[in-house]
Write a protein that binds this ligand. Structure first.
Ligand code: BT5
Length: 326
């Protein structure tokens, strides 16, 4: 952890209380002058930190901006995801940045977050709108011990981790639409994009990209999306602390990933099923040029959807676009 991250971690542990500057400097092994210099830098970034000669240092507020040091401080120790966090003011797509890091041999777990993406993308080259400072647009590099056909497990795990975090942390009835949509009150608030590099029988790496609409207002959406997309803020009527939410989500993803690596995907699949609004419903699914109709019955061990078609056969579907109540 960097010095700034450690300063923020200690001040946050005091939960709004004051920490004597001498104690803070001693705990971090800094001279008072060096501590003062770091506090000045943090204030310049928008952290409101009081420092009274007698009263000590107190974190009054944090800016509505994502900072790697702050995220690391909030995250605490994670096993894999979030060991390294990099924040960009703007990028084309965080998946592009992670793909480059993967090719450079960077270890798994690195998280790349951007305040804004100029070419955010969804599946099949669709556009993902990513207005500045309003959402969580990030990607994670993973090197999972899975076969290529099992990669959907990562998508399933991510959807369950996000839905669970938003339900528990924000008290909002977020559900999942197979395979990667997060829905709130029938509208899309988030999605994930898994891109992989694989050999015949093993994954080299995967890039898990996640987009979550946190504080977008109606005018942030193009007119065509207003009826089908929404944000936490629009639904809850208040804004959310994106850094706090990012830390909670990354912790949940880290735990989910550890479970996948420990062979506990069936438990994750059970949780996913309990959060999924697609199962048990009559749906239409488009997979490229092919269209299927039927009842979504279950997901299998690899995360594929089992569809009982209108002709009575069972189709195993790996990816596609679902519409409900066709
Ligand atoms: C997805 O694709 O839902 C995957 C979204 C992944 C976005 C993240 S952001 C960080 C990382 N970097 C990237 O470049 N991508 C990932 P799909 O299921 O294909 O849905 C795409 C469709 O969702 C679009 O065609 C729109 O209809 C809709 N959409 C676009 N932007 C949206 C938004 N911000 N909120 C809700 N819906 C949106």
């Amino acid at each position: 952890m960097t010095t700034d991250a450690r300063i923020l971690a200690v001040l946050r542990q005091a939960s709004g209380g004051a920490v004597p500057a001498a104690d803070l400097a001693a705990r971090l092994g800094l001279s008072r002058a060096t501590l003062e210099a770091h506090l000045r830098d943090l204030r310049r970034l928008g952290y409101e930190i009081e420092a009274h000669p007698l009263g000590g240092c107190r974190l009054r507020s944090s800016p509505d901006a994502l900072h790697a040091d702050d995220l690391l401080a909030r995250l605490g120790a994670t096993k894999v995801i979030g060991r390294d966090v990099r924040v960009f003011h703007s990028t084309t797509s965080t998946n592009d940045v992670v793909e480059k890091l993967a090719r450079d041999g960077v270890a798994e777990g690195v998280v790349v977050i951007a305040e804004h993406q100029s070419r955010g993308r969804g599946r099949l080259g669709r556009a993902w709108i990513s207005p500045s400072g309003k959402g969580l647009w990030f990607s994670v590099l993973l090197r999972p011990p899975l076969r290529p056909v099992e990669a959907t497990r990562i998508t399933i795990m991510a959807a369950a981790a996000l839905a669970r975090t938003l339900r528990d942390g924000c008290r909002l009835p977020v559900g999942i639409k197979w395979p990667n949509d997060l829905l709130l009150n029938g509208r899309k608030i988030g999605g994930s994009l898994l891109e992989l590099s694989a050999e015949t029988d093993r994954l080299r790496h995967v890039t898990l990209g996640i987009g979550l609409d946190v504080n977008l207002t109606a005018s942030d959406y193009p007119p065509a999306l207003r009826a089908v997309a929404t944000s936490l803020r629009l639904e809850a009527g208040r804004s959310f602390d994106r850094s706090e939410l990012a830390a909670e989500i990354l912790r949940a993803l880290d735990q989910g990933y550890a479970r996948i690596c420990a062979g506990e995907f069936p438990e994750i699949a059970d949780e996913w099923e309990s959060l999924c609004s697609t199962l048990g419903r009559d749906v239409a699914i488009c997979v490229g040029p092919r269209a299927f109709r039927g009842r979504a019955e279950a997901i299998d061990d690899d995360g594929a959807l089992l569809l009982r078609t209108e002709h009575g056969t069972l189709e195993r579907i790996i990816g596609g676009d679902v519409s409900m109540n066709p």
